[in-house]
Ligand binder design. Structure first.
Ligand SMILES: [Zn+2]
Length: 267
């Protein structure tokens, strides 16, 4: 059995595009760890049943712990940086916001955990950070740098780096279904990738109920006033039942025809 380390910026980044993969891998006996760089402090509370004056970071920390437990993952590790936010909530002047932290510092923090966890596989955001969120792009860069630099200091070093990417057709489907999504007005030919760029394509329809429970654990983010308010719409299930990864880095060989239906084949 092998070990996966997922590296993301905010609570909920792990679940929409890869929650089924983590659920399936942990059910198969692999260990699945998660590093979350921030507690999503700049997120809105979109569920009126949660007091609006709650400490958002504390609430989202617990939501991520609950989601990880549902997916069979290890308890998440937080790096204690702050969410840089978006639009009117952008934390331009917060020195702890991920956007203002030196990328080498983030890489050094990641290396400490990689040395301890010794993952075989690292999974993180693609170069566009899904939809261009500054924190997603920074954690992508730091995780990619750490994948390569740990070869000199961590043995055995991880052998595969995967990026969570959308094929163009699926991004266009999401844009049609969720006009208020942050993906909605982006150029799919730039932010998504071609079908032949897919290293892994996993059908997670057999565990979709488990994945939906993990999504709903992020109550602050999928409440009635969020763009995810309609998660139970059966048409939406199509958005969540296929998960895709492209290959960001490799040590050794990858002697398989892509796309794989299991990211852990051969480990
Ligand atoms: Zn995020």
């Amino acid at each position: 059995m092998a070990t996966i380390l997922a590296i993301y910026a905010h609570p909920d980044d792990e679940v929409f595009g890869t929650g089924g993969i983590y659920s399936k891998c942990s059910a198969a006996g692999h260990k699945v760890h998660l590093i979350c760089a921030t507690r999503g402090e700049s997120g809105k509370i979109t569920d009126p049943s949660i007091p609006q004056d709650s400490n958002v970071g504390e609430v989202r920390e617990q939501e991520l712990k609950d989601a990880c437990a549902i997916m069979g993952m290890e308890e998440p590790i937080f790096l204690d940086y702050h969410d840089s936010g978006r639009q009117e909530r952008t934390q331009t002047h917060n020195p702890k916001a991920l956007m203002n932290v030196d990328e080498f510092d983030i890489e050094t923090e990641l290396l400490k955990h990689i040395a301890e966890i010794k993952p075989h596989v690292i999974i993180t955001f693609d170069p566009h950070g899904a939809y261009g969120h500054i924190d997603h792009i920074r954690i992508h860069r730091a995780a990619t740098a750490a994948f390569w630099s740990c070869g000199a200091s961590v043995q055995p070093a991880p052998t595969r780096l995967y990026y969570n990417t959308f094929p163009v057709a699926r991004m266009k489907m999401i844009q049609d279904m969720r006009p208020s999504s942050p993906l909605a007005n982006l150029d799919a030919n730039l932010y998504a990738v071609s079908e032949d760029s897919m290293a892994v394509r996993v059908d997670v329809s057999d565990i979709i109920e488990q994945k939906m429970r993990a999504i709903k654990a992020h109550k602050t983010q999928v409440g009635p006033t969020s763009s995810f308010a309609d998660t139970d719409n059966p048409a939406w299930q199509k958005m969540f039942t296929t998960e895709t990864l492209s290959l960001g880095g490799l040590r050794g060989s990858f002697p398989y025809e892509m796309p794989l239906d299991d990211p852990m084949i051969g480990l």
